[in-house]
Design a protein around this ligand. Sequence first.
Ligand code: FMN
Length: 496
Amino acid sequence: MTKPVFDSMRDYLDALESRGLVVSFDGVDQDAYEATAIMYQLVDEFGKYEAPAVVFRNIKIDGTVHPGPVIANPEGHLNTEALLLGTPQDPRDVQETYRLATAAMLELLEQNAGQWPAIPPHEIAAAAAPCKQVRLTGDAIDITRFAFMQGNPGDGGAYINTASVVTGDAELGVNLGTYRCQIKGPRKIMVNFVCGQTGRRMLDAARERGEDSIPVALVIGQDPMTWMISSSRVPSRVRDRGPIDELAIAGGIRGRAIDVVLTEDGNFRVPAHAEMVLEGTVDLHNLEAEGPYHEMFGYMGIPVEKNYVMTVNTVTHRESPWMFNSFTGVTREYITAPQRADSLYQLRKAFPQVVDYNTPADSPGFVYISIKKDAPGQAFKIAESTAKYNVFGRVVVVVDDDIDIQDSAAVRFAIGSRWQPATAQKIFEGRRAFALDPASPDRSTTSKIIIDATRQWPEEGGPPFYQELNRAVFERAAPDAVQKVVQKWPDKLLRT
Ligand SMILES: Cc1cc2nc3c(=O)[nH]c(=O)nc-3n(C[C@H](O)[C@H](O)[C@H](O)COP(=O)(O)O)c2cc1C
């Protein structure tokens, strides 16, 4: 199977369009929050896993009509996993497509002893780099002129919310993190480096070294693999502690080097086919208020009293740059098969009984694990490490391997029919909470629960034996019945 490689967001949009995965809107009024309403409606109608990508043209923002386009939800649909990873697509079942993508990523890790392949970025000349077609410096810069929008009426203002924030240091290497950035003025941006994130660790280290500011570049309208790397836990910075060049991992996963170009200030090599690059410095001492923002758990965030201020010194961009907006908390943000496979690989290495691992986009805060249990109490052992290390996972549910953990309803079936609440749970108090956790009582710690929804063995307090599933009895007696009725009445039994 050939793997398409997309150097730019534009190439990628073409591919999405040719697969019918894009819907375009002309003349949307975001001053009346029409773009936001469109995204809510698409997700209500098609779900997070099948909502299409969106292109907004002639979008009104703060009284100005921007020709755009502004792109949204480019990696929400599960078929984008297959498109970007070059894995097979099941024409009838997006969940099967996602399963195949995860399996392929797992195989890649298994072949490389758990390491992501790396292909160092390929540097090209500034004259050949599309992101350098226009250069602005000093007071010629006014980032408020571009189509950055306020996504929710409760937000503190307009945000750049898809920038890959590039930072670097000798200990950790080159990091790209997607951190929301509130626009405060023509050259003033707030960057939300949350505690514990790699960008923040670099920033804290610089302050400890006695520095007053650090150089930062924001890459906007990046290619789809760079977006995934920047937004996800791939590579795992918790596990792999040495210096990593994240752009080399993006190149390794897609199978071809990312073209990069030196920033004007000479500090970073950034994706050359991006739409826009903002260069500047972040002050390490003078902090200012930022937020609120419509956050990923689906709740309005709390305004941050002291957050980091970036002064933009240089902007380079394509002619008529495209913009990219995240409707955070509404859509699925990026392809997750690599991140899921990474967690699965690590968990299986420690516990070979693990069959599958999933953090469902339709139920933020949950982690599902399926196992082939071969000893009593095993579900707890397996789930404990996840509850400890996965900062997003507040509710860890372990089920038997006959439950499809890509299906939240199937997991609820296991909880509803197999779980014994009195004996098959463990609660941990005072665990570190993700900074945006809306339920953390003190805004820094949280309690967590492990739910063991596997069939409980007698020695785990379960019944003397488990009844068979109706469906298992049916399938044993009539193994081909479903297939036969589908063949007989396809138009009545298959979605068109
Ligand atoms: C649209 C979007 C906005 C995000 N905003 C933030 C943010 O403001 N601050 C933050 O620390 N993480 C944010 N994240 C999550 C990080 O990008 C993610 O945790 C990533 O793995 C960061 O990794 P790194 O810190 O190792 O680079 C956001 C993710 C997305 C997709």
